[in-house]
Design a protein around this ligand. Structure first.
Ligand code: PMP
Length: 287
């Protein structure tokens, strides 16, 4: 099945969509992105993603390519055209192309950003078998750059981390810096002790997850304690439970860290409950 994708104002079959070889996203990973999930054919937390996109663009002195309303319209149109009931909408904005390669940014007056959106069909996103089993993670050193709060398309090291995990027979990697867990390759990381959820505080060291914000809000509303602080891999291995959050996997229980099973090695009580609350509440608020 050929998807219809969006490129710089046009809706096109995926094999007809093109971007310049001089695009700075291609040459320099000079771009940012967002991934918004779709349930029941509707967008989950579009507002959160739109706000973070605006922040990422601002932090990199990039032009805002279109209004939030127009962006919403493109998201909805792609979901409609491609008949997505459960899945994702990927959005990427790069600094565009001025027809050559140069380290200096091109003049924003004469060079427009490139905007690309496409859908990914993921039936079973909500009722995920992987979430019932839980994920196994390894720990790796975090050697990424210092502005992980900006959602850039520089994803080479996270991809390498994912491959290291696969090679070790695991699902994902948690990155560690100065002895403390920063985040997963494509998710925020949490541990659970009793009724307390522990996760690293927001800073430039981690991506400010849109799912993180919602899940912590729901946790507090459900009278769970939330502690935003650093934790080590050793503390994580000794935790009752662990989990990750992301727009593409919601809340994912973690059942093993570096070969050490957490609890009885099955998803515990808190993570599946938070997953259920998150999906229920976000479905209701979807647009
Ligand atoms: N951290 C990293 C490094 C990520 O790549 C992602 C997902 N893109 C997240 C956290 C989770 O963010 P969100 O909940 O907004 O998907």
């Amino acid at each position: 099945m050929s998807r219809t994708v969006y490129v710089n104002g046009d809706y096109l079959p995926e094999n007809e969509a093109t971007i310049s070889i001089f695009d700075r996203g291609f040459l320099m990973a000079d771009g940012v992105y967002e991934v918004t999930s779709v349930l029941d054919g509707k967008l989950i937390d579009f507002e959160g993603h739109a706000v973070r996109l605006a922040r990422s663009l601002k932090e990199l002195d990039m032009k805002t390519p279109m209004s939030k309303e127009d962006l919403l319209e493109v998201h909805r149109e792609l979901v409609r055209i491609n008949g997505i009931e459960e899945g994702l909408v990927y959005l990427q904005v790069t600094r565009g192309s001025d027809g050559d390669r140069d380290f200096a940014f091109p003049d924003p007056e004469t060079t427009d950003p490139s905007v690309v959106l496409f859908t990914q069909n993921k039936p079973g996103l909500a009722d995920s078998p992987a979430a019932k089993k839980g994920a196994k993670v390894i720990s790796i050193e975090d050697i990424r750059w210092g502005r992980r709060d900006i959602k850039t398309v520089q994803l080479l090291y996270p991809s390498m981390g994912k491959m290291m995990a696969k090679k070790a027979g695991c699902d994902d990697a948690w990155m560690v810096e100065d002895g403390y867990v920063t985040e997963g390759t494509s998710n925020n990381a949490y541990i659970v002790k009793g009724n307390r959820i522990i996760t690293r505080a927001l800073s430039n060291d981690i991506l400010h997850g849109i799912t993180r914000a919602a899940v912590l809000r729901f946790a507090r509303e459900a009278q769970m304690e939330v502690e935003e602080r650093n934790f080590t891999i050793d503390e994580a291995k000794a935790a009752d439970e662990a989990f990750t959050t992301s727009a593409s996997a919601f809340v994912m229980p973690v059942v093993e860290i570096d070969g050490v099973a957490l609890g009885d090695g099955k998803p515990g009580r808190v993570a599946p409950r938070l997953r259920e609350i998150y999906i229920d509440e976000m479905r209701k608020a979807a647009i």
